[in-house]
Design a protein around this ligand. Structure first.
Ligand code: HEC
Ligand code: HEC
Length: 216
């Protein structure tokens, strides 16, 4: 299996980012409502102020100025440990809608304006290195697990849309990763922003300057 997306096409598409402008902070997101989400979704069980000592990192550590995509990456990393701890204690996985996620991320001080502009080349490398295409295809190239990543364009539109979609799906992904022997991918720094930026460009149809879908 050797997935290949036309890199030239994607790099030409990179200009679109500049035209559309960098993302703004989620407009309607409300940090106060996010504090309520943080309580309602069980986060407060494990993340309490430093003075109180909880089972997870202190609230001050997870709630600090950071990029929104950077925070999405940290939430992604967190899924297997949190799913395991919740299951042990007999709690259900809390569902989080896209608008709740926007508020939650505002509360945790994830700000799209702090994310670097995505590096599409690094994003493509990240897609390959993190084993996404061992399970999924991108426009038909790659693994067989649904969905093809080109079918989920809406997921790539903002950090909170992405984080909300991944919040729903990563527990199943994590379970499958261990059963098929693929390492659960982890993200740091700008990796998530680059990856999602790449997916956003690579799935914009038709690709600018490529005359249609990427060559196979
Ligand atoms: C059952 C306990 C538990 C619950 C509930 C929980 N967490 Fe965590 N959280 C942890 C532990 C343990 C870690 C450190 C290990 C890790 O990163 O997975 C952590 C780490 C984190 C991190 C930092 C991850 C990183 O890589 O920097 C964030 C952000 C976070 N949690 C957010 C949340 C949010 C938001 C919720 C609620 C939707 C939540 N947590 C609910 C236990 C929990
Ligand atoms: C071990 C297999 C596996 C790996 C590796 C994997 N996924 Fe998935 N992914 C899944 C499964 C299974 C689902 C469907 C989950 C469900 O049905 O809820 C899924 C769902 C998705 C979805 C759809 C979410 C939606 O809106 O429905 C996206 C997007 C996605 N994965 C992206 C990725 C990316 C990006 C990577 C690499 C960083 C990745 N996946 C790695 C198994 C995997």
């Amino acid at each position: 299996m050797r997935p290949r997306v036309s890199l030239a096409a994607v790099l030409i598409g990179a200009g679109a980012w500049a035209l559309a402008g960098a993302p703004s902070s989620a407009g309607a997101a409300d940090a106060g409502a996010g504090a309520a989400v943080f309580a309602a979704k069980q986060c407060v069980r494990c993340h309490v102020p430093r003075s109180e000592q909880g089972p997870g990192p202190a609230l001050e550590e997870i709630r600090r100025p950071q990029g929104a995509m950077e925070l999405a990456g940290r939430l992604w990393n967190h899924v297997p440990a949190m799913a395991g701890m919740l299951a042990q204690r007999g709690f259900e996985w809390p569902s989080i809608s896209a608008s709740e996620m926007a508020d939650l991320m505002a509360y945790l001080q994830g700000d799209a304006l702090r994310d670097a502009r995505p590096d599409l080349y690094k994003g493509q490398v990240t897609l390959l290195r993190k084993n996404c295409l061992k399970c999924h295809s991108l426009r038909g190239e790659g693994g067989r697990v649904e969905p093809d990543l080109a079918e989920r364009r809406g997921d790539y539109e903002s950090a909170f849309a992405w984080a909300a979609a991944m919040w729903t799906h990563t527990p199943r992904m994590a379970a499958m990763a261990s059963s098929v022997g693929v390492a659960y991918p982890r993200f740091s720094g700008d990796e998530m922003g680059n990856l999602v930026g790449f997916l956003r460009e690579a799935t914009a149809a038709p690709l600018r300057g490529s005359g249609g879908a990427p060559k196979r």
